[in-house]
Design a protein around this ligand. Sequence first.
Ligand SMILES: [Zn+2]
Ligand SMILES: [Zn+2]
Length: 167
Amino acid sequence: MILVAYEGIEHETMQFIAETLGKYISVLDGGTLPLPREAYDQERNQWNAAVMIGSIEDTDNMILLVTHVDLFVQDLNFVFGVADRASMNALVSTNRLGSLDPTIARRRIIKEAVHEVGHLLDLDHCPDSRCVMHFSNSLSEVDEKGKEFCPSCTRHLEKVIELRGLY
Ligand SMILES: [Zn+2]
Ligand SMILES: [Zn+2]
């Protein structure tokens, strides 16, 4: 899979995400992209996640995009991230994951990145509250879960990775 940063994301953040995802799948550095201005919604002062994902050229590769802008999708006030299984591209934002403690902020973005990649690899939300695939809609829920897949999700993930020849 390919990791792509949008302008404004520090290289270090991408490295931490790459290290964690690298435990499960091979990760390539896709560099940095400018923000697609057409995704900005002036009325909401937010960025449309679907338009951002749609602005990425379709490839055979899975792509994870990382941004610092505030994301929304239709009918939701905000999202931490989204995964589009049709294009196999996902997008996560650090915007609402901030903390004065950089270690906590880093742990949160890693969890959200791994979570969305899990969705791309066919995983649904997991009832195990420690699993990274557990649904989280608030910072306390993000902090509560781990950054790893539970044994059941790991088994499913390994099967999908093998079937799709991703490794
Ligand atoms: Zn989810
Ligand atoms: Zn799980």
